[in-house]
Design a protein. Structure first.
Length: 278
């Protein structure tokens, strides 16, 4: 009974761990997408080196700037030639491109309202010609990422509730098989805590063992998918790994403790005649 209960709890905790990894990976994916929103700050033709350096200091100090790259007009021309295979300076007689900064935003600022304010502030600089970014992409991020996050959160909560119910029922079945032993201990004068503690202690250890087994299953699943199938299910970020391990163990201990407490309390209070009716 103990072995089968441990395996059952471990499988449920394995699903909880997978759920945590999906949520954390989705969060990292959203952050990665937002941090790749690029604003191109196009400078005016007559910009001076001093104004370029001033802009660099401004962007370095700006809380919304993740990083930036300065592209001189000469570098822009070379990139244009490499990408399109044409040199506009040959038939125009001059380089039509201007200096520019390509800036990536912090994830917290990668939404329409913040970008509009950032754009307005940069365009007010007298040596900035215009600010260019993919407005359609930003609108898609605004409309879809929040909805996806909400759906994932609802699914995660639903799976967590199912996991709680399954583990609780499994523990209660285990205690149910010992209901007559509980009644005997009560009849010989054992206090409620003396009756409860062996069940609680046993099931807490079972929760730890089940949590450890679930973590091994998670690691084995990740390793198999990466080495045998060539599929990386989730980016391996150590902060996330520590969080998942701690969450699985904590849930295993908490649920087994509470389920044991509830189940033993039920049978301690139950009359012997009722035990035969269950």
């Amino acid at each position: 009974m103990y072995f089968t209960t441990t395996i059952s709890v471990a499988l449920v905790l394995f699903l909880v761990g997978m759920e945590c990894l999906v949520l954390l990976s989705a969060h990292e994916l959203v952050r990665h997408v937002k941090e790749n929103v690029v604003l191109s700050v196009v400078m005016k033709d007559d910009i001076t080196n001093e104004e370029v350096e001033r802009t660099k200091r401004l962007l370095t100090a700006a809380p919304y700037c993740l990083d930036y790259r300065f592209i001189s007009r000469e570098e822009a021309l070379q990139e244009h030639i490499a990408n399109l295979g044409e040199d506009p300076s040959v038939f125009l007689g001059y380089n039509p491109l201007t200096d520019a900064f390509e800036m990536r935003l912090q994830a917290a600022y990668a939404h329409s309202d913040s970008i509009t304010q950032i754009e307005s502030g940069l365009r007010n600089l007298q040596y900035v010609d215009k600010v260019v970014y993919q407005k359609d992409v930003v609108k898609v991020l605004d409309n879809n990422l929040s909805e996806i996050a909400l759906v994932l959160l609802v699914v995660a909560l639903a799976l967590l509730i199912i996991a709680l119910v399954l583990i609780s029922n499994t523990i209660q079945l285990q205690v149910y098989s010992k209901r007559f032993l509980i009644n005997t201990m009560r009849l010989v004068g054992a206090t409620p805590w003396v009756i409860k503690w062996p069940f609680i202690r046993r099931n807490i250890f079972m929760g730890i063992e089940a949590g450890g087994l679930a973590i091994l299953l998670l690691a084995a699943t990740y390793y198999y998918c990466q080495t045998r199938l060539g599929v990386v299910l989730f980016p391996l970020i150590w902060n996330n790994v520590v969080f998942v391990v701690a969450t699985v163990l904590m849930i295993g201990v908490m649920i087994t403790f509470l389920a044991s407490l509830v189940a033993t309390n039920r049978y301690i209070r139950m009359k012997i005649s009722k035990m035969y009716e269950i």
